[in-house]
Design a protein around this ligand. Structure first.
Ligand code: NAI
Ligand code: MG
Length: 352
């Protein structure tokens, strides 16, 4: 089993260190870890945020553990040299089109949610976000109109095959959970969304055991705050998924708790190849001070064990160790406590 670790910048490197300690503590037989550069650190060392060696290392591995990228020193670089291109490049070059973002409230954290505790307690959803299409990857630019105004445009498009493959990911995830899938779109005004909805309905015929509903994205944002218990799996496009998952993160209490898996079609001999990362960024405001919560990165390791290695037992043990630490009052500054990144790592390791 080969795992490529790309720590990246700022707190990315700090939280990845704790996640690697957890991986090592699990004593997985035949595990090899290799480390590669991404982001601003890669730009400094190799002149590019995603060097060819790093991409090759990812391709030669069974899974990637990613910290985070981004550094204010790179703000004036051309777009293709900015650290963020590393994560966009990995997602597109590795064909990672399905982004899974679970959001659940841990016991003892109900009072940290942006929602009332009695609502927060009911949150248990999985956002399945399409990651390779939509306005993020469409034709875009700024042009001058006939009357001399500047006009910006970003093309939104989805093909049937793009929708079909993410719809299958959504239905399969729903089948493993509560068998409820809510597809979120804006089919009342967008053609892209109408096609999305048609294809999702077509795919649903293969999953008669899953209950399918549709919701417009504006209503979905409202419903997530009003009554989050109604959501099990939420299936949506790249842009709507980006926004809704940040909304969900604040319902859970801290961005330092949310893990993610980005999966594609590639199968290894152990499971599905994937890239695993906390949903947060490099947090320059707290970098280098040991203030980051590494739990999102550690929970990303659990997702890796489950999806890329079929190790449900070790995945569950890792999640249980984090849950136990939180229930025992282990808190970093993001949750109103004072424990350092390494001390939170120690607390999780002890329970593991
Ligand atoms: P951010 O997620 O880095 O930080 C947002 C806020 O949350 C900050 O106040 C930060 O201190 C706090 N925070 C984030 N993670 C935390 C943790 N584990 N523990 C405690 N507090 C935590 O987002 P921001 O500030 O918008 O972006 C900073 C840089 O990260 C930018 O360069 C951005 O482009 C990049 N970024 C990279 C991502 C990636 O590598 N996948 C994702 C999001 C942003
Ligand atoms: Mg985002």
């Amino acid at each position: 089993m080969k795992i490529a670790v790309f720590p990246g910048d700022g707190i990315g490197a700090e939280v990845a260190r704790e996640a690697v300690r957890v991986l090592e503590a699990l004593n997985l037989p035949g595990l090899t870890l290799v480390e590669g550069d991404v982001g601003a650190i890669a730009y400094q060392r190799h002149g590019h945020p995603l060097p060819a060696e790093t991409l090759d290392m990812a391709k030669a591995s069974d899974a990637v553990l990613f910290g985070a990228v981004g550094d204010p020193s790179c703000d004036n670089l051309e777009r293709h040299l900015r650290p963020e291109q590393a994560v966009l490049g990995l997602r597109s070059k590795l064909g990672l089109f399905a982004n899974l973002r679970p959001a659940t409230v841990f016991q003892g954290l109900e009072d940290m949610s942006g929602l009332r505790p009695e609502l927060a307690r009911t949150i248990d959803m999985l956002i399945v976000r399409e990651l390779n299409g939509d306005v993020y990857f469409g034709d875009k630019g700024v042009r001058e109109t006939a009357d001399g105004e500047r006009e910006g445009w970003d093309m939104m498009s989805y093909s049937t095959s793009e929708v079909r493959r993410i719809a299958h990911s959504g239905f399969q995830a729903a089948r493993k959970r509560g068998s409820k899938l809510c597809s979120v779109d804006k089919a009342n005004v967008l053609e892209t969304s109408q096609l999305w909805r048609d294809v999702v309905v077509e795919v649903a015929a293969e999953y008669s055991d899953v209950e399918l509903t549709h919701m417009y994205v504006d209503n979905a944002a409202m419903q997530m705050v009003k009554d989050p218990s109604q959501f099990d799996v939420v299936l949506t496009g790249n842009l709507f998924g980006d926004i809704l998952s940040d909304l969900a993160s604040m319902c859970v209490g801290s961005i330092g708790l949310l893990a993610s898996a980005s999966l594609g079609e590639r199968q290894t001999k152990f499971g599905t190849f994937g890239l695993y990362e906390p949903i947060h960024g490099s947090a320059p405001d707290i970098a280098g001070q040991g203030l980051a919560n590494p739990m999102a990165a550690i929970l990303s390791v659990a997702m890796m064990l489950r999806h890329s290695f079929g190790m449900e037992d070790q995945a569950g043990r890792t999640e249980a160790a984090v849950a136990k630490a939180l229930a025992d009052g282990v808190r970093g500054r993001d949750l109103g406590g004072d424990l350092s990144t390494a001390a939170i790592g120690d607390a999780v390791l002890e329970r593991l």
